[in-house]
Design a protein around this ligand. Structure first.
Ligand SMILES: NC(=O)c1ccc[n+]([C@@H]2O[C@H](COP(=O)([O-])OP(=O)(O)OC[C@H]3O[C@@H](n4cnc5c(N)ncnc54)[C@H](O)[C@@H]3O)[C@@H](O)[C@H]2O)c1
Length: 464
């Protein structure tokens, strides 16, 4: 029988709001706390302050049923929670992660624990490097509460979140696994109750292992992206190779793409990480690889591979622009380029570390006039890049006419429509930075793409 838990979520960004809403939708009683009063007010009206597919409906539903309420963060607002989920930000700072939001939240929770009767558990859901929960967070909680981790004190856990922005609600509702990092049995038991409605693999480990699972996961995914991008650049430099054809050949290997006994391919999601592009961005991969690199270096391990993953990624937006700029001419000053897509990926309004913005900055530095469009991330992009740096357009199809060149930087489904009106790109230089289209789809455009170069293959050097 379902046994609802009283849960308080601290931090209502992408992770906190999605987690709180989904937990409430499954019948738990949820409070969500944030330091931003305007965010709290909006949530209490059932209106999310982030863009996520399916979230507006679900949030409105749980608020209307009184299963979720928001409040400004304070000790008193923690209520009579049995489980506190810390979902505050852990941004990058000098290569490491900045734990100031985590420490502020843990201080508040520790003070609340001091005056609380009975057992409650504190679970870190934010991404923190291994040995943060059982040292830093534990230390703050114990000193502020005067209590210890254990049955007579409080519980401590680490439950990493794997949701992908843009798919956050469906990822949270249908996870492939849930990791129960725990330092005590009381926490393990409460995590079992919280996630009882979820029927998936549940992996119970200590908190350090839970933290490392999250980092290893993201570092390995980022590695695939940088490896594919570097190989795609090599293929393009040789000429006469389309890396998408290479990928087709590689992904026929049953170790990447298993065959069922009926001869059907599994086509696992990992293959999408091998499609060449202008680099990874967002609030997770760059920050997590960087943090692991820093940890490795400070542990006396030379982080050669992690450094390379970051280096390839940092160079990729400019590397991808090179053939496009060759077509634009020796002096690109004053030329007009339309950049399609500003979010770091489709389905989100998040522009943190977006490769598209790096391309925009590089073009502007060269004196190019950048027109830009994004279905939902345009305002965030201007806030990130500064007023007057790029010019936003609403009607991107009409804007093509005034542009010398067009770049698809975020593969929003809206832009697929270009394939139905190829003449829009006649005589334009067109960079497909995400491999949305087949070469040949725009016969009258100067088509350039990451991992594709039609030039004659290099001739072998004659021996002396
Ligand atoms: N965004 C993702 O796709 C994703 C996925 C998995 C894990 N993560 C990790 O989860 C954590 C949160 O990420 P996010 O993208 O949701 O961050 P975010 O920046 O969108 O949200 C953090 C929220 O915490 C609030 N906050 C800050 N200090 C607070 C305090 N003391 N009390 C209450 N609220 C406070 C902020 O106002 C903000 O609303 C990070 O560690 C991130 O690395 C993020």
């Amino acid at each position: 029988m379902f046994d609802p838990v009283r849960i308080t979520v601290v931090g209502t960004g992408y992770v906190g709001l999605v987690s709180g809403t989904c937990l409430a939708a499954h019948g738990h009683t949820v409070r969500v706390l944030d330091v931003r009063p305007e965010v709290v007010a909006s949530i209490n009206h059932g209106i999310p302050t982030i863009h996520e597919k399916g979230l507006p409906q679900l949030l409105a539903e749980v608020v209307a049923k009184n299963r979720l309420r928001a409040a400004v963060a304070s000790e008193g607002a923690l209520g009579d929670a049995e489980v506190i989920l810390l979902c505050v930000g852990t941004p990058s700072k000098d290569g490491a992660i900045d734990l100031s939001q985590i420490c502020a939240a843990a201080t508040m929770v520790g003070r609340w624990l001091r005056g609380r009767d009975g057992f409650a558990t504190v679970v870190v859901k934010s991404t923190v490097v291994p040995a943060t929960t059982d040292t830093v967070v534990r230390g703050v909680l114990e000193s502020e509460s005067g209590r210890r981790v254990g049955p007579d004190g409080f519980g401590l856990g680490m439950n990493p979140e794997f949701l992908r922005e843009g798919e956050a609600v469906s990822d949270f509702m249908g996870p492939d696994r849930i990791v129960f990092g725990h330092e005590d049995e009381g926490t393990r038991h409460l995590l079992d109750r919280v996630y009882a409605p979820w029927d998936c693999e549940k992996i119970a480990v200590n908190t350090r292992t839970a933290e490392m699972i999250k980092y290893a996961n993201n570092c390995l995914l980022a590695l695939q992206i940088s490896a594919a991008n570097e190989l795609a650049n090599v293929a393009a430099s040789i000429g006469g190779i389309d890396f998408m054809d290479v990928l087709q050949g590689v992904s026929a290997d049953k170790r990447w793409n298993p065959l069922s006994s009926e001869g059907r391919r599994a086509n696992p999601g990992i293959l999408s990480y091998l499609v060449p592009g202008c680099g990874f961005g967002g609030s997770c991969f760059p920050k997590d690889v960087e943090a692991m690199r820093t940890i490795a270096a400070s542990s006396g391990i030379e982080p050669r591979l992690l450094q390379s993953v970051l280096d390839v990624n940092a160079a990729q937006p400019v590397a991808v622009l090179r053939p496009f700029l060759d077509h634009l001419g020796a002096d690109p000053r004053g030329r007009i380029v339309l950049l399609l897509g500003l979010a770091f990926k489709p389905g989100t309004d998040d522009v943190r570390e977006s490769s598209s913005l790096r391309m925009a900055r590089h073009l502007v530095e060269l004196g190019v006039q950048v027109l830009a469009h994004d279905p939902i991330a345009a305002a965030n992009a201007v806030a990130a890049i500064g007023d007057g740096v790029i010019r936003l357009v609403d009607d991107w199809k009409a804007a093509i006419e005034t542009a010398d060149g067009v770049i698809v930087a975020t593969p929003w489904p809206d832009y697929e429509g270009l394939a139905d009106a190829p003449n829009l790109l006649d005589d334009k230089i067109f960079l497909d930075a995400r491999r949305m289209f087949r070469p040949g789809a725009f016969p009258n455009a100067h088509y350039v793409a990451v991992g594709y170069s039609p030039k004659t293959p290099l001739q072998p050097k004659a021996s002396a």
